[in-house]
Write a protein that binds this ligand. Sequence first.
Ligand code: PLP
Length: 225
Amino acid sequence: MALASTIGERVAMLRARVDRVAEAAGRPAGAVTILGVTKTQPREAVLAAIEAGLSDIGENYLQEAREKYVGLPPVTRHFIGHVQTNKAKGIVGLFDIVQSIDRLEAGLAIEKAARSLGRAVRVLVQVNVSPAERFGVAPADAAHLAQQLRNEGLMVDGVMAIGPLEGDVDSAFAQAREAFEAVGGTTLSLGMSADWERAIAHGSTMIRIGTAIFGARPAPERVTA
Ligand SMILES: *Cc1c(COP(=O)(O)O)cnc(C)c1O
């Protein structure tokens, strides 16, 4: 199938490039996880990426994931969209990691949902390092939020940030890295199709890749509600 072989080739090439960039930054091959961002992509594309070796996939919208993620092979599923508290139960039911906790209220809703469903969920603190981004806690407040979340029993495993489309990407990534060091955990989720190489240079342990794996998104992107 053409779609599957194209996606398979892109995943293999990306994996090789990511390992080279990691090694150039003094880190071992395999140190950086590739998270396939599947928004707007059909289920066949998601299956092809998993078949090509992706172990982590992510979605921005619960509704979209509901249609696509049922009955997939075992992979780690990441929620990377804005957390609406009334969707917390649905999110916890479908995802293993919520990368986008940017306020205590969202964390509390996720924790409550996890408890009621008897599911263990890991979370990342979303840090805002770009003037164009609406969501995310200020880098200086990340450690405090992480502490509050841990006090509530949540497993906080690091930081997620979305880099700026233009301007000083390096200083934005440095802020994300600093927030990650203050928060602790194993995951710095940083870097997308256009900026992942620099993100790895700044210590990213997980890059979130959509277009570089799946091609241009078919539908115009919805604005996060
Ligand atoms: C869409 C999206 C990505 C992937 O973006 P690409 O530029 O297509 O790689 C990564 N992270 C988040 C939060 C996204 O919404």
